[in-house]
Design a protein around this ligand. Structure first.
Ligand SMILES: [Zn+2]
Length: 390
């Protein structure tokens, strides 16, 4: 058994956010009070106190300060445990002869999380149900495997996150990462990853294509039904098979590499609706001739040929991910992913022929790299600023 932490973004209502913040403030207050009690005990009696002695006082506290009844009792116990751990750490450092650093009082800005250590939380229909807080909307970007052990609510800036620690059957796979990668499927290259890595289209395919064309010409010169014709047909079939195998190998290798490296692989949804959406033809103002608009590569027949390659690639990843157990392959709406700036979120309009993303905010990167980052962020439900901070 292994422990695994899932972190999800929460979208509390304003009231829920207030309650979360309020709970956090109470926990901080309790933390500092518990710390002070330990300090004073030590100063006046020369002895410390224990977690149990402090926890026994909780009902009494609730009697004096009614509002503490509005917090799940295990959450409060967990605060006291935090204090105990802070002291344990302190004494350990003293013993080890290191610079000890006495446990400090926490300001409300520093104190940014509280925890349900056993009970009082559950996941129901895409909502995180928290005792004394309510049903909070959650962006659950991946399935939770195993038994949930603890639930920690964490504030980062103005955003709330939940960290669920689960006990999962350990699956042997190397290397193990909790990373999420966004993938932009391309025309001239097979794909670009949100890490900036590029998967080129297999070059040998081009070479084989030439051979195929040659073989086709040779075949056309042979007399139908002749022995030579039969041989030429065989050669064509062999070449076709070779191309297919090479392409297959290539897709297998790359899907294997992705599945072994990442936990979540995010693709753009290949919408059939896009097929019908043709790019508007562009005309030269003086001559009236039609100009290449740079969009044809992603529409019409070109698009459907690309699509089959892409779908095969996605299918490969899905299949391998399923066997790996803990890896997931997901898809997001690709709209605007290449136009929006992954740094600041503004829309930077560009033709398909423009290969570089250059934004007023100072973001300069490859167009497809930018798109891949947007695809990843869309799945994680993060805004641009947050993504940048993380
Ligand atoms: Zn920008």
């Amino acid at each position: 058994m292994a422990l695994k932490t899932y972190k999800f973004r929460l979208y509390p209502t304003r009231k829920q956010a207030e309650k979360l913040q309020w709970t956090l403030a109470r926990c901080c207050e309790l933390y500092n009070a518990a710390l002070q009690e330990r300090r004073e005990m030590y100063t006046y009696t020369g002895k410390g106190t224990t977690y149990n002695q402090q926890a026994m006082q909780l009902p009494e506290i609730k009697g004096i300060r009614e509002e503490y009844k509005d917090i799940h009792s295990q959450v409060l116990q967990d605060v006291l445990r935090k204090v105990e751990n802070a002291f344990k750490g302190f004494f350990k450092r003293v013993k080890a002869g290191k610079k000890p650093g006495y446990p400090r009082f926490q300001g409300c800005n520093r104190y940014d999380s509280f925890c349900y250590p056993q009970a009082g939380f559950s996941l129901e229909n895409g909502l995180l149900v928290l005792s004394k807080v309510g049903h909070v909307k959650i962006k659950q970007h991946r399935k939770v495997l195993g038994n949930m052990k603890t639930c920690t609510l964490k504030r980062e800036g103005n955003c709330w996150y939940v960290c669920l620690v689960c006990e999962v059957q350990s699956v042997p796979r190397t290397p193990y990462t909790d990373e999420c990668v966004g993938i932009d499927l391309g025309v001239s290259k097979l794909a670009t990853l949100s890490t900036g890595d590029v998967i080129e289209n297999p070059q040998h395919y081009r070479r084989a294509e030439k051979q195929l064309a040659k073989a086709g010409q040779a075949l056309s010169r042979k007399k139908r039904g002749s022995k030579r014709c039969k041989k030429a047909v065989e050669r064509m079939a062999r070449l076709h098979r070779k191309v297919r195998n090479q392409r297959n190998d290539y897709l297998h290798q790359w899907s294997r590499r992705l599945v072994n490296t990442y936990e979540t692989i995010v693709f753009e949804e290949i919408a059939p609706a896009n097929l019908s959406k043709r790019a508007k033809p562009k005309q030269d103002e003086e001559t009236g001739h039609y100009l290449p608009n740079g969009a044809s590569a992603k529409s019409g027949l070109n698009k459907s040929i690309l699509d089959t390659g892409w779908s095969t690639f996605i299918a490969r990843c899905e299949y391998k991910a399923e066997n790996a157990g803990t890896v997931q392959v997901v898809k997001v709406d690709p709209r605007m992913t290449s136009q929006v700036c992954s740094g600041c979120g503004t829309v930077v309009k560009k033709d398909l022929s423009e290969r570089w993303h250059s934004c007023a905010c100072g973001y300069e990167l490859d167009r497809d790299h930018n798109a891949a980052i947007n695809i990843r962020n869309r799945w994680l439900g993060r805004s641009h600023q947050e993504a940048q901070a993380s």
